[in-house]
Design a binder for this molecule. Structure first.
Ligand SMILES: Cc1cc2nc3c(=O)[nH]c(=O)nc-3n(C[C@H](O)[C@H](O)[C@H](O)COP(=O)(O)O)c2cc1C
Length: 113
């Protein structure tokens, strides 16, 4: 979650900020900052938000959606590439290979049989 220390809502660190705004705001909420795939599923299942936005993991995984679907490991973040002036760190993270996709798909199919 965002670093709320030294802000007027410092007491709402962690998920408390989500609980706080869910109670007082009844429109659609997009949750963001430091939320893992697993935590995102928990938050949505608990009705605490409508969507979750992923920033760094999306940058580091050009096939992020596919990786979520396949429960695939994510690429390690390279923060030194964030906010840089060049495409390095934005366009050079690897996607899953076809072999990885096939083997992860088989695992998922195995789980559902
Ligand atoms: C390199 C980089 C570029 C970003 N550019 C934008 C942007 O252009 N607009 C925006 O609203 N947020 C931008 N963000 C913020 C992300 O959308 C997101 O709020 C932030 O990374 C926290 O979410 P996360 O923990 O999933 O990364 C950027 C973040 C990073 C790391």
């Amino acid at each position: 979650m965002a670093d709320l220390s030294k802000t007027p809502i410092a007491a709402l660190a962690g998920d408390a900020v989500i609980h706080h705004f869910r109670k007082i705001y009844h429109g659609q909420m997009i949750l963001n900052v430091g939320i893992t795939r697993e935590h995102a599923n928990d938050l949505i299942a608990a009705g605490l938000g409508d969507f979750v936005a992923f920033g760094r993991e999306y940058i580091a995984n050009p096939d992020f959606i596919e990786r979520v679907r396949l429960k695939a490991p994510l690429n390690e973040l390279r923060p030194e590439g964030f906010y840089g002036p060049s495409p390095v760190g934005y366009t050079d993270y690897p996607s899953l290979t076809q072999n990885q996709i096939e083997s992860l798909t088989k695992e998922i199919i195995g789980e559902t049989l």
